[in-house]
Design a protein. Structure first.
Ligand code: FMN
Length: 202
């Protein structure tokens, strides 16, 4: 395989970087040439054949740095195989709602029980896999990812900014699924990477 792959991520407390690094290690095993880089260190993506972007989920959406990067490279992303992953604390599923032409890889750590939309609260609705895809396609409407994955990440207050610490402490009081701890499941990341390689590197 002689395709060059960029795996780029934003992170505040390290989980999304860890996922990116595991993807990079898996790519190495599959003899694919990949670079794992923080989004702030990536300017030009023209040397890469394939792009994988990872973002922590902030309030149901990618981080501002990732949004900016996606918009800036919109044209190139339309022309290259592209995959996206989120790390977050919550993922829900609206019963009967499936994205017609794009599936979401769900980390089994989430233990999802589908619910009818009219039985969901605002938080649950804004954490459905279909909602994540909608958020992504609002930023880059003409780019169709090969795959989107959602992995459970980690919440480490000691590594958050003062403001984020306050906000997230409040959220932990309101949402029982959001609690501090490290929940990253490397096996799920490896499973997604293997599946992805079949599509990306053919
Ligand atoms: C500002 C902020 C907002 C967040 N919003 C959500 C959210 O809406 N839903 C969720 O499941 N997790 C949320 N999280 C948790 C992060 O998505 C999760 O901890 C992620 O794995 C962190 O990635 P990182 O360690 O790479 O920074 C939020 C975290 C921060 C700091």
């Amino acid at each position: 395989m002689n395709k060059k792959i960029l795996i780029t991520y934003d992170t505040e407390s390290g989980s999304t970087r860890e996922v990116a690094e595991i993807i990079g290690e898996e790519m190495d095993k599959l003899k694919a040439e990949s670079d794992v880089r923080n989004i702030v260190d990536v300017d030009n993506i023209s040397e890469y054949d394939t792009i994988i972007i990872g973002s922590p989920n902030w309030y149901g959406k990618p981080t501002p740095k990732i949004k900016k990067f996606l918009k800036k490279h919109n044209q190139e992303l339309m022309q290259k195989p592209f995959a996206f992953f989120f790390t977050c604390m919550c993922l829900t599923k609206i019963e009967g709602e499936n994205s017609p032409d794009l599936s979401v890889f769900q980390d089994p750590q989430f233990n999802i029980i589908p619910k009818l939309k009219n039985e969901m609260n605002m938080w649950e609705k804004s954490h459905a896999g279909s909602f994540y895809i909608k958020q992504l396609s609002k930023i880059i409407p003409d780019v169709k990812p090969v795959s989107v994955a959602v992995f459970k990440g980690g919440l480490d207050f000691s590594r958050l900014s003062f403001f984020h610490k306050i906000v997230m402490k409040l959220i932990t009081l309101m949402i029982k699924e959001v609690q501090s701890g490290e929940y990253l499941n490397p096996d799920a990341v490896r499973e997604w990477t293997e599946k992805l390689c079949v599509d990306l590197l053919k």
